[in-house]
Design a binder for this molecule. Structure first.
Ligand code: SF4
Length: 338
C-alpha cells in the first residue's frame, strides 16, 4: 500500500475533532508498518477481523473484515485462514476462539477491557441462576467465555430484539447491559408482547454518555436531523431516536437515507462516523460522538508485533469444557437469528 492510497481513504475522516485529520505525512509514517503486516498475513495465512471502533488506520490499512460483533463472529466462522488476529477487545477474540477451537486466535491488545464484559463473572451468573431458576438466561456477546458458558443464549446488538421475541419462555434474565434489556422490554411492549425481563446492572460507559437533553438541543439547531441510536444507550435516549440499530445497521441506514439530504446524528462510538466519512462522504453528520478507550488502545504496532511473534498472553486459550458450553450458547444465537 502506498502512503498516497492510504491518504486517499483516511483524509476524509474526522478523527475526533474537525481539526484532527490524517495528513499525508502521517500516512507516510504508517505505511511501512501496514506493508509489513500485509506481508506477515500472507506468510502466516492470517486474517484480520477489526471492530468498527478501532483506529481508521487499522480499518483501512490492514483489516480483511470490519464490522460489529455479529458480522465479525460470522466472518470468524467462515474463514479458511489458519490464524485470526482480532484487534478489538478481549471478549471478541475469545468469541472467535470459541467458534474456531483449532485455529490460532491472537488478541494483539490483551489488556483491552470492556465496561460491560468486566461487570459480571461466571460465579455471579450461577448465583443469579439459583435465585431465578425459571428464567432463560440471555447474555449479550459482550461477556467473557465463562459467562457465555453459564448462560443459555447469546445475542448481539443486531439481533437482541428479535431473539428475545422468539424465545418461548416469557421469563428472561438479560445480562449484563441493563439499558439494552430495558430497551428490548419496551420494544416488545410496543408490539403487544409482555415478557418479564430482569436485567443485570451493567452498562457501556461509552453509550451511557449520551443524554436526552442533548438530542433536544441538537433538534433545535437541526430541525430535520435523523437521530440514530445504539441499543446500549439509555431508554430516555432511545425514546427520542428515529432509528435504533447496531453499528452495521446504522451505517447501512445512512447509506440508504443519505439521498434525502437530511443531517444525521449518530449516538455511538466515533468509529461509525469515521466509516461514514470514508464510505458515504455525501452524508452530513452533526453533533458529536464518543471514543471507547479500550477499542482505541489497539495499534498497528501491536498487530505487527503479535503477528511476528505472539506473546503467550496474546494467544487465546479457553478451557475445553467452558469452550464447549459457550459454543452451545453461541450456536443457539445463530439458530434463533436465522
Ligand atoms: S464501546 Fe462499550 S461495549 Fe463496546 S467495547 Fe467499549 S466499553 Fe465495551
Amino acid at each position: 500500500m502506498t502512503p498516497e492510497s492510504l491518504y486517499e481513504k483516511l483524509s476524509k475522516i474526522i478523527v475526533d475533532h474537525p481539526l484532527c485529520r490524517y495528513s499525508l505525512e502521517k500516512c507516510r509514517s504508517l505505511a511501512p508498518s501496514i506493508n509489513r503486516i500485509l506481508e506477515l498475513k500472507q506468510e502466516k495465512n492470517a486474517v484480520i477481523l477489526a471492530h468498527t471502533y478501532v483506529h481508521p488506520d487499522i480499518v483501512y490499512g490492514v483489516a480483511d473484515h470490519v464490522g460489529d460483533s455479529y458480522a465479525l463472529s460470522k466472518a470468524a466462522c467462515q474463514t479458511t485462514a489458519d490464524t485470526i488476529v482480532f484487534p478489538s477487545v478481549r471478549f471478541m477474540a475469545e468469541t472467535a476462539k470459541i467458534l474456531n477451537p483449532d485455529k490460532t486466535v491472537i488478541d494483539p491488545n490483551p489488556n483491552g477491557g470492556c465496561s460491560l464484559a468486566d461487570s459480571i463473572d461466571e460465579k455471579t451468573v450461577l448465583r443469579l441462576r439459583d435465585k431465578h431458576p425459571h428464567h432463560t438466561f440471555v447474555c449479550y456477546i459482550n461477556t467473557t467465555a465463562a459467562v457465555k458458558a453459564a448462560s443459555d443464549i447469546c445475542v448481539t446488538s443486531s439481533n437482541v430484539y428479535r431473539i428475545l421475541e422468539k424465545i418461548p419462555n416469557d421469563k428472561i434474565y438479560f445480562l449484563p447491559d441493563q439499558y439494552m434489556g430495558e430497551n428490548a422490554k419496551n420494544w416488545l411492549k410496543k408490539r403487544g408482547i409482555e415478557k418479564e425481563i430482569l436485567v443485570y446492572p451493567g452498562s457501556c460507559y461509552v453509550h451511557e454518555e449520551f443524554e436526552p437533553e442533548a438530542i433536544d438541543l441538537l433538534r433545535m439547531q437541526h430541525e430535520n436531523a435523523i437521530v440514530i441510536a445504539h441499543p446500549e444507550c439509555k431508554p430516555e435516549v432511545i425514546a427520542k431516536a428515529d432509528m435504533i440499530g447496531s453499528t452495521s445497521d446504522m451505517q447501512k441506514f445512512v447509506e440508504e437515507r443519505q439521498v434525502e439530504k437530511r443531517p444525521f446524528l449518530l449516538l455511538t462510538e466515533c468509529g461509525v462516523a469515521s466509516r461514514v466519512n470514508a464510505e458515504v462522504p455525501e452524508a452530513r453528520l452533526v453533533g458529536g460522538c464518543t471514543l471507547c478507550k479500550y477499542m482505541r488502545s489497539n495499534s498497528l504496532a501491536a498487530i505487527e508485533e503479535a503477528l511476528e511473534n505472539p506473546k503467550p498472553h496474546q494467544l487465546i486459550d479457553i478451557e475445553p469444557s467452558i469452550r464447549k458450553r459457550a459454543a452451545k450458547t453461541l450456536e443457539r444465537m445463530f439458530e434463533y437469528a436465522k
